[in-house]
Design a protein around this ligand. Structure first.
Ligand code: T1G
Length: 679
């Protein structure tokens, strides 16, 4: 491999340049090249200062994640960084793009840091189930203090160049288009000045005065850190930076890093990192497939889903026309959209101008003809095949040729919907998850005749509107909802056999889901689709509705809710369940939490196996992406299929057999051959 590191003399300044596309990851060749270049600069008396910069889209974006899990090959990043910092000539990091992880640590080892205004700097290791492993937890708190270091290290979101300057992480903001020259000039200005080594500073000068800072941070971020190992390790490493000498602190960091690197959570989260990117690839659609320009979008239906869908495009600067049947429904829908934006602005995540710009891109109509010039129309009407086919028939006559017609259906057969048009090649499903302007997941449902350019356009557009998209085949419930069904089935069976419904919820909560099936039912509303006749009770849901238990919305569903929405199990519900169980003659018994967990999750794995076998998902990791982004499957277990691999497919099979639950041939075959879903 050619050396990705080159050097250029600019007078008395040596410029060390990395050219390792796509993101200048700090792979072995880069580390070795950096080490050699620094040594070269130190040995050359004509060199009085050194600048480190990167060609391409970004400064080093971190260690090379593809090297993880393989035997390490020197030099290690810490060695290279210590050599940089030990230099007796000023070393300046010239930052553009996203200086992340090891990239940020390279910058921290330099004596100075300059950045262009658009640069971002961060330590996202926790998002991979790790903590920084090249002294980032020890150098950063010496530069910026504990309060500024904690969110960067334990939450992992990057900060802007201007924020970095304000906390002392960046010394100067330079010209967006003159980074190299400005960095050289900056370096030249430091020649002859005392060398400022980050590791020699005192860490956490703010934290030492206020040791409560660490527990306060834990308490404030408890919810988002729940279940993850890395954030707590990160907080501990930052805390120790203020307690231990640098060399001891680095040793402790290395110990915590190694523990995490060898753990399941990091393996799961690194799996997810690549899984999310793999999902963008559509196996039989070439990456250079020409795209259909999407300049205007039509949305049919201004209800919760239609409004949320419209917001995705409006927020991305794409004009939207919403069509409804009644002016009152339109006005209500537009009002909800504006209110959502105003709430976002109140939380400081949008400016008033951005709200007006988004709303300015929204038009409304009662006439199908006003959708004629749309490049994409998405219907979000009542979930009924006849209604959908009627809508698509009208769209087919009105909307220009070459436009894409998409259904937001959650379950229905997209191929059948396509038969209502003369353009089945331009028909597909775009299944958004409620609330559509918030949930990241988008299932792109590929019809039998959906054209490659239509698929490629949908995939590209999903990234533009900030979604994580996965291609699904046409089957009942596609990928996500299809796997939700067997879990729901078992949850209902378990409470009929004597399991307490709150324990069923607790099992999924303890596993890492945001809530369990009965808490979800209360949130969504028990009375959705209820026939409103309290005298007609044939199911538990109808019994709950007849008892006026509609869910959180009216203070009681499966649970009773107090004014601050704290939930407590209900004796009335327990009695209703017992009554139904007695009527159905189901024998009652104690059911362990282990059995509950296995009966809820193993059938999902079996369904996922069938989805793969039928080609309804392109790859097992796509199923993981669906469940992590659409249903809150805990990221630190990698998703249902990765988790099944960690359990062992043979154990999943024997578990299903133990409970008399079906095992598909595909799953059994993989288990018998000792295979994994995710390679
Ligand atoms: N290593 C290897 N490959 C990487 C990579 C990395 N760090 N980052 C990105 N890629 C690949 C990615 O798989 C994709 O490949 C291509 O680059 C473009 O990425 C020692 C231990 C930089 C913000 O966590 O956040 O440093 O699919 O599609 O949307 O303490 O990539 O084209 O074949 O994401 O413009 C810490 C991870 C590592 C940063 C660009 N660093 N990367 O986003 O492009 S751990 C990270 C990102 C570490 C140290 C520790 C993003 C990005 P392909 P992309 P993008």
């Amino acid at each position: 491999m050619t050396n990705p590191i080159s050097t250029v003399h600019d007078g008395d300044v040596l410029v060390v340049v990395s050219n390792n596309p796509p993101v200048n990851a700090l792979g072995q060749a880069v580390r070795a090249g950096l080490q050699d270049a620094i040594a070269q600069g130190l040995a050359d008396d004509s060199v009085k200062a050194i600048v480190i910069r990167c060609d391409g889209r970004t400064f080093f974006a971190g260690a090379d994640i593809t090297e993880f899990g393989k035997p390490p090959v020197g030099p290690s990043l810490p060695e290279v960084l210590d050599a940089i910092e030990a230099s007796d000539k000023p070393v300046v990091a010239a930052i553009h793009g996203t200086a992340l992880g090891g990239g940020c640590e390279v910058a921290l080892a330099c004596h100075y840091r300059v950045a262009v205004p658009s640069a971002k700097i961060g330590l996202p290791e926790v998002k991979l189930g790790l903590i920084p492993g090249a002294a980032g937890t020890q150098r950063l708190p010496r530069l910026v203090g504990a309060e500024a270091a904690l969110p960067m290290v334990a939450i992992g979101n990057p900060i802007s160049a201007s924020k970095a300057k304000s906390i002392g992480l960046v010394d100067e903001i330079v010209g967006e288009d003159s980074l190299a020259a400005d960095a050289i000039a900056f370096a030249r200005g430091k020649i002859g000045q005392p060398i400022r080594r980050t590791s020699e500073g005192t860490a956490n000068q703010d934290g030492v005065k206020n040791p409560a800072i660490f527990d306060e941070f834990r308490a404030k971020n408890g919810r988002k850190m729940r279940g993850f190992d890395a954030p707590n390790a990160a907080i501990e490493a930052v805390r120790l930076a203020g307690e231990l000498p640098y060399s001891e602190g680095v040793k402790k960091e290395r110990e915590l890093f190694t523990q995490l690197m060898t753990g399941t959570q990091s393996a799961a989260m690194r799996h997810y990192f690549f899984a999310e990117r793999a999902a963008n690839k559509i196996d039989d659609v070439p990456a250079d497939t020409p795209l259909i320009p999407i300049a205007k979008v039509g949305v049919i239906g201004a209800g919760t889903m239609g409004g949320g869908i419209a917001m995705n495009f409006l927020s991305a600067g794409i004009p939207v026309t919403i069509l409804e049947m009644q002016q009152e429904a339109l006005d209500r829908g537009v009002g909800v959209i504006r209110k959502n934006y105003e709430n976002t602005a109140k939380r400081g995540r949008m400016t008033a101008e951005q709200v007006e710009a988004a709303m300015g891109n929204l038009s409304t109509t009662l006439q199908y003809n006003d959708l004629a010039d749309c490049d994409l129309v998405i219907e979000a009407v009542y979930e009924n095949m006849d209604v959908k086919k009627e809508v698509f028939g009208k769209l087919d006559t009105v909307v220009k040729q070459g436009a894409i017609l998409a259904s937001n259906t959650s379950y229905l057969d997209v191929n059948e919907i396509a038969t209502a048009t003369t353009r089945p090649g331009y028909v597909l499903g775009l299944h958004f998850f409620s609330p559509a302007n918030v949930m990241k997941l988008l299932e792109i449902v590929r019809g039998a005749e959906t054209r490659p350019d239509v698929l490629a356009t949908a995939m590209k557009l999903s990234k533009k509107i900030g979604k994580v998209a996965v291609v699904a085949g046409v089957c009942h419930g596609f990928i996500g909802n299809r796997m939700l069904s067997p879990r729901q089935e078992q949850a209902n069976a378990l409470i009929m056999e004597g399991a307490n419904y709150w324990e069923v919820d607790e099992v999924l909560l303890d596993f890492g889901f945001p809530m369990g099936p009965f808490q979800m039912a209360d949130l969504a509303g028990i009375d959705i689709g209820w026939h409103r006749d309290p005298s007609k009770v044939t199911t538990l849901r109808e019994a709950l509705c007849a008892a006026g238990r509609f869910g959180q919305k009216n203070g009681k569903g499966f649970y009773d809710y107090d004014e601050s929405r704290n939930r407590t199990p209900s004796d009335e519900v327990r009695a209703l369940i017992a009554e139904f169980a007695a009527k159905s003659g189901t024998p009652q018994r104690e059911i362990s939490k282990d059995e509950i967990k296995e009966r809820l999750l193993y059938p999902m794995v079996n369904e996922g196996a069938m989805i793969l076998d039928e080609g309804m998902a392109q790859r097992a990791s796509d199923i993981d992406v669906v469940w992590i982004n659409g249903y809150g499957w805990p990221l630190y277990t990698g998703g249902p299929m990765f988790w099944a691999d960690t359990v062992g497919l043979a154990n999943v099979v024997s578990g299903l057999e133990k409970y008399g639950l079906p095992v598909c041939d595909y799953l059994r075959g993989k288990a018998e051959r000792g295979e994994r879903f995710n390679g």
